[in-house]
Write a protein that binds this ligand. Structure first.
Ligand code: HEM
Length: 405
């Protein structure tokens, strides 16, 4: 289906994806998807290659689709919507459970659930606090300004996921550069292919090395099971390595920035640090860094809102509109650190709901609480208009955040 016009049941012109944000509104979803939420919550959209899919924007409909096994996450199925040529290029070379349905998905995900459960992650608090303090000591020593992304927001989750996986942190430039290419909406197919091959090659060699010299981290334990190939382990390692540092890093930097732009909310949080857990949920909701939405493909005809999605049609669930849906979050267009935002879908919903969320929560709570406590004079060190937002990336955030204190 390459017709970009309207479909039965829809009246809005098809929206081009990924949709662009309005100038001057870097924390809000793109006007096109917000309009869909208001006027036609299930609507048509067009992708880079001219193909079309459905856009699902409401909180209740997003949860319906993501919770319904008739919507498949298997990217090898015809009709599956891709945001970029590069994304389609590497399908099949990287069969991670993120892009599988049950039972295949459950079989692989189950191998990791114990590693990321709440109790285990809560036990990491002292270690995360120690790393946080060390990074902040180094960042502030004898100086009054720094790039928060390069010196704090990125290294913290990167160090933690390396520890958990058993990946040497001294290789961080290598894997951070390659995950940057894989997440960029601008990378060519050739660039994505090369980055994917190098990253997988690196992790296969690492998995092989752990066969001879095991440790007690995740990759070694996957090796020790004996029922996975090095390629399967590398694919899982790649998923965890990228998901483990890019997401939390961007949430940390973007949260800091949005709090600096909302001084009343920042003051509330500073006055009452016990708000931090709820504030992190509200920041996850308000910022929704997985900003292009989650792709699925229908395996049967399914009614969603006022339309029938036909078998074989692609669907994109925009988490950022769902998280601003007035029916679920009254006044959701504003940031309110005292709000109960726990029903947000920033971590997705259903069987693929983020495996790493207990870790992300611990990291974000500690990073933000400590940063605000230790740097009472924290401020942005460049004009707001000059902040380099990640409009070009699959995970939203800022490329750099020059701050002073
Ligand atoms: C899945 C968001 C941090 C690992 C997901 C999904 C979202 C998400 C929206 C669902 C994808 C889908 O249904 O297609 C986030 C956000 C994070 C974060 C906003 C931080 C603020 C992490 C961390 C890890 C991680 C720290 C670390 C290890 C995963 C994995 C999946 C996943 C393995 C796939 C789960 C599955 O398919 O069953 N994440 N994530 N995430 N996330 Fe996260």
């Amino acid at each position: 289906d390459t017709d970009p016009g309207t479909e039965p049941g829809t009246t809005l012109p098809a929206l081009g994806l990924p949709a662009t944000r309005a100038a001057g509104c870097p924390f809000d979803p793109a006007p096109g998807v917000e309009r869909a939420l208001r006027e036609e919550p299930v609507t048509r959209a067009t992708l880079w290659d001219g193909s079309s899919c459905w856009l699902v924007t409401r909180h209740q409909d997003v949860r319906q689709v993501l919770g319904d096994p008739r919507f498949s996450a298997d990217a090898t199925r015809p009709g599956f919507p891709f945001f970029t040529a590069g994304g389609r290029e590497v399908i099949g070379t990287d069969p991670t459970f993120l892009r599988m349905d049950d039972p295949g998905h459950a079989r692989l995900r189950r191998m990791l659930t114990a590693d990321f459960m709440v109790k285990k992650m809560e036990a990491m608090r002292p270690e995360v606090q120690r790393l946080t303090d060390e990074l902040l000591d180094r960042m502030t020593e004898g100086r009054g300004a720094a790039d928060l992304v390069a010196e704090f927001a990125l290294p913290l989750p990167s160090l933690v996921i390396c520890l958990l996986l058993g990946v040497p942190y001294e290789d961080h430039e290598f894997f951070q550069r390659h995950s940057g290419i894989l997440l960029s909406l601008r990378s060519t197919r050739e660039e994505v292919r090369a980055a994917q091959d190098e990253l997988i090659g690196y992790l296969v060699r690492l998995a092989d090395a752990k066969r001879d010299r095991p440790d007690d981290a995740i990759i070694s334990r996957l090796v020790a099971r004996g029922d996975l190939t090095s390629a399967e382990i590398a694919a899982m390692g790649r998923l965890l390595l990228i998901a483990g540092h890019e997401t939390t890093a961007n949430m940390t930097a973007l949260s800091t920035l949005v709090l600096l732009r909302n001084p009343d909310q920042l003051a509330r949080l500073r006055e009452d640090p016990s708000l931090i857990k709820g504030a992190v949920e509200e920041l996850l909701r308000y910022l929704t860094i997985v900003h292009n939405g989650l792709p699925r493909v229908a395996t049967e005809d399914v009614r969603v809102g006022d339309v029938t999605v036909r078998a074989g049609e692609g669907v994109v669930c925009t988490l950022n509109t769902a998280n601003r849906d007035e029916d679920a979050f009254p006044g959701g267009g504003g940031l309110d650190v005292g709000r109960d935002a726990r029903r947000h879908v920033a971590f997705g919903f259903g069987i693929h709901q983020c495996l790493g969320q207990p870790l992300a929560r611990v990291e974000l709570q500690i990073a933000l609480e400590t940063l605000l406590r230790r740097l009472p004079g924290l401020r942005l060190d460049i004009p707001f208009e000059d902040v380099p937002f990640r409009h070009d990336m699959g995970i939203y955030g800022v490329h750099a955040l020059p701050i002073a204190w």
